[in-house]
Design a protein around this ligand. Structure first.
Ligand SMILES: *Cc1c(COP(=O)(O)O)cnc(C)c1O
Length: 380
């Protein structure tokens, strides 16, 4: 009902969202309406939670495999206080986006890659997982069931958040009796507000990941332990943090939720996938595009000195897309890098978003188009 009161700002949305977190599940029948767009002030979208209409839920008992789940109205979920996720952090998340193109199509970017990454995380955390087809189908169903929340072209995207977790109770020993796979979505705008480039702090005290740990998968346990560093950096005026490898304290790994690249001459370097950094889908795509541009790309150990000696630095991620890094501060010393239109980051941003927004032909087979369920010939 509140949606009808005119356009809402992000602040008002946040307030409405808080109010709507009441424990009882309310159904919002808005998905059946013909409205093209939800009443959101798209220009003011940030990267915050915004309640949408529907979500996907599938459950799986220990020893069984995931069957087709279903779309249900977005609502709070009931969970055992003794669940594996609440007590032992057995959970994974994924993140990808749906894009509305200028010619009216709705597309996804490499959703199979997110499905495979969820599977590798599930193996690491002893969970069963949906097949790639089940994952992609769930994502498509959630997008179509929340279609009016996909921002108009150029105003934002629909961020999709699949989660997989141990929902059954476990106190002592394995197995966990039940697992849940859920997908929900929120319209989002920019992740970083700093238009002119990020100012990073190189974190020299806390570590994000350690060898043979879970840094290489999107385990929910990887994030809140380092919020403390992000909070401190933000309070000091930085945009994000850059973590160092725990084993040496000398090599660069990644940001809070994005991968890092450095440019010097014709050589672009990025930390190699060694189990302590997250293998980003954007990272993988950007490596390919950078090679297409004629650069030499090295996946290798990147010492802090190499970063400080770079001409240009940028980060990549579904949320961050490709974002220029204007400076890094290490042990109180600030080093600046090239920013602006002439950077490789700007070229990569343009090329990647042109593909994602359907402005150029997708020669790589990265785009998956959605067909409306109301039209014949649909294959979800
Ligand atoms: C999700 C994430 C990334 C980026 O991965 P994409 O697949 O490109 O979105 C990078 N680092 C961390 C720690 C992440 O959680």
């Amino acid at each position: 009902m509140w949606l009808r009161r005119g356009f809402l700002t992000q602040k008002q949305l946040d307030y409405q969202n808080r109010k709507s977190m009441a424990p009882s599940a309310r159904s919002l029948p808005t998905s059946v309406s013909d409205e093209k767009y939800a009443n959101v002030k798209w220009e003011e979208l940030g990267f915050g939670f915004c309640r949408t209409d529907n979500m996907y839920v599938a459950k799986c008992k220990h020893g069984e495999s995931f069957q087709e789940g279903k779309i249900v109205p977005y609502a709070d979920i009931q969970i055992s206080p003794c669940s594996a996720v609440l007590n032992y952090g057995q959970g994974l998340y994924e993140g990808l986006k749906a894009y509305r193109t200028e010619d009216g199509r709705i597309v996804l970017f490499r959703p199979d890659q997110n499905a495979l990454r969820l599977q590798s995380g599930a193996n690491r955390l002893c969970m069963p997982y949906p097949t790639v087809d089940q994952f992609v189908s769930a994502v498509k169903q959630v997008v179509l069931a929340n279609k009016k929340w996909i921002p108009p072209p150029g105003r934002g995207t629909l961020y999709i958040r699949p989660i997989l977790f141990g929902s059954g109770p476990i106190l002592g020993s394995l197995p966990v009796p039940e697992y849940t796979f859920t997908v929900f979505a929120c319209p989002v705008g920019r992740y970083h507000k700093d238009n002119t480039g990020l100012n990073l702090k190189i974190e020299d005290k806390f570590r994000r990941a350690f060898p043979s740990g879970t840094g290489g998968v999107k385990s929910i346990t990887n994030y809140s332990p380092v919020w403390i560093t992000l909070a401190e950096a933000k309070a000091q005026g930085f945009s994000d943090v850059l973590f160092l490898a725990a084993a040496t304290g000398k090599n660069v790994e990644e940001l809070f939720a994005s991968n890092v690249f450095i440019v010097k001459g014709n050589v672009v370097s990025t930390p190699e996938i060694s189990g302590t950094i997250l293998p980003g889908v954007t990272r993988k795509s950007v490596i390919e595009l950078t090679r297409d541009f004629g650069y030499k790309v090295e996946e290798r150990v990147v010492p802090v000195e190499d970063l400080l000696d770079a001409e240009e630095v940028f980060c990549t991620g579904t949320a961050a897309i490709v974002t220029t890094i204007a400076s890094v501060t290490f042990k109180e010393k600030k080093t600046e890098f090239k920013t602006g239109d002439k950077t490789l980051a700007a070229k990569l941003f343009a090329t990647l978003t042109d593909i994602q927004m359907g402005r150029v032909e997708d020669k790589k087979g990265w785009i998956v188009e959605l067909t409306d369920a109301t039209k014949p010939g649909l294959k979800l």
